[in-house]
Design a binder for this molecule. Structure first.
Ligand SMILES: Nc1ncnc2c1ncn2[C@@H]1O[C@H](COP(=O)(O)OP(=O)(O)OP(=O)(O)O)[C@@H](O)[C@H]1O
Ligand SMILES: [Mg+2]
Length: 257
């Protein structure tokens, strides 16, 4: 497998926006993350791929302050987060779009979005709402509808829009393809690639390596709580061990044109 863990994605400052070093996270006595080290450069899309129970959600939750780390450090834009509470991390510019979407089903689309902007001044919230409706036109016509009545794909768009309402500098996305039909998965991934093109820095967690690796500037593979390899997204797709684990031996990895 590719051995280097240094994120070589070129960026103007040369400094990562997010730097995780030697992270260990436990659930009680269960040791879940082992010595996790990774970086996200500004303006890049970094994918973290791994199978069921590998520790992907736990890593995102540790970065956003929902789980405490027992060892190691998390730096965001050069600041050590240590015991910084989750809401403070949101204010600093880290937005977490959770696994399973977690929209508030008995609130309207717009109420869900406003919750995402609760730390922003009112004028900014109004402006961001308009920007989100332009970015997600399918939500614009449903702004008064209960979020629980949306399709899975629309709920995923809403969860991403809600996270973007905080005007983050780093967007954490946890398995946005989960439970969606293949065509909708492609739509969601093309939105994510579009956000990256518009300059958003993204850490994307996925079991779906087929979709995540081609759009990733850099990617990490996590297995049972350990980062086992890293490299440019497209080159990891050619890595024999990644091919065996995620695509099945002998399967062609060339993505359809
Ligand atoms: N609240 C919890 N208490 C105890 N163990 C937990 C808890 N949450 C997760 N775990 C365990 O930690 C490990 C990592 O779980 P995690 O949810 O981070 O994996 P994941 O890579 O996100 O998996 P998936 O792809 O299924 O979402 C698993 O063994 C899981 O059973
Ligand atoms: Mg998970």
């Amino acid at each position: 497998m590719t051995q280097t863990l240094t994120n070589s994605f070129a960026c103007p400052t040369g400094e990562p926006l997010l730097r995780v070093r030697g992270l260990d996270t436990y659930y009680g006595h269960i040791h879940c993350l082992h010595d996790v080290t990774m970086e996200v450069m500004p303006g890049s899309l970094v994918a973290l791929v791994g199978s069921n129970g590998a520790g992907k959600t736990t890593l995102l939750q540790t970065i956003s302050g929902l789980q405490p780390a027992q060892r190691g450090s998390i730096e965001f834009d050069g600041l050590v987060l240590a015991s910084t509470p989750a809401h403070r991390r949101v204010a600093m510019g880290i937005a977490h779009c959770p696994e399973g979407r977690r929209v508030f089903g008995d609130l309207s689309v717009e109420e869900n979005m406003r919750l995402g902007g609760y730390l922003r001044p009112r004028a900014e919230v109004e402006r961001e709402l308009q920007r989100m409706y332009a970015l997600f036109p399918s939500l614009a016509g449903k702004r008064g509808q209960l979020a629980g009545l949306l399709s899975g794909g629309q709920q995923q768009m809403l969860a991403i829009a809600r996270a973007l309402m905080s005007q983050p500098r780093l967007l954490l996305l946890d398995e946005p393809s989960m439970g969606l039909a293949p065509l909708i998965v492609q739509e969601v991934f093309s939105i994510i690639a579009g956000l990256r093109r518009d300059g958003m820095t993204i850490l994307l967690v996925e079991q779906n390596a087929h979709e995540a690796l081609p759009i990733a500037d850099w990617a990490y593979v996590i297995e049972t709580g350990r980062i086992v390899c890293a490299g440019e997204g497209k080159s990891l797709m050619q890595d024999p061990a990644v091919r065996e684990a995620y695509f099945g031996l002998g399967e062609s990895l060339s993505t359809p044109a």
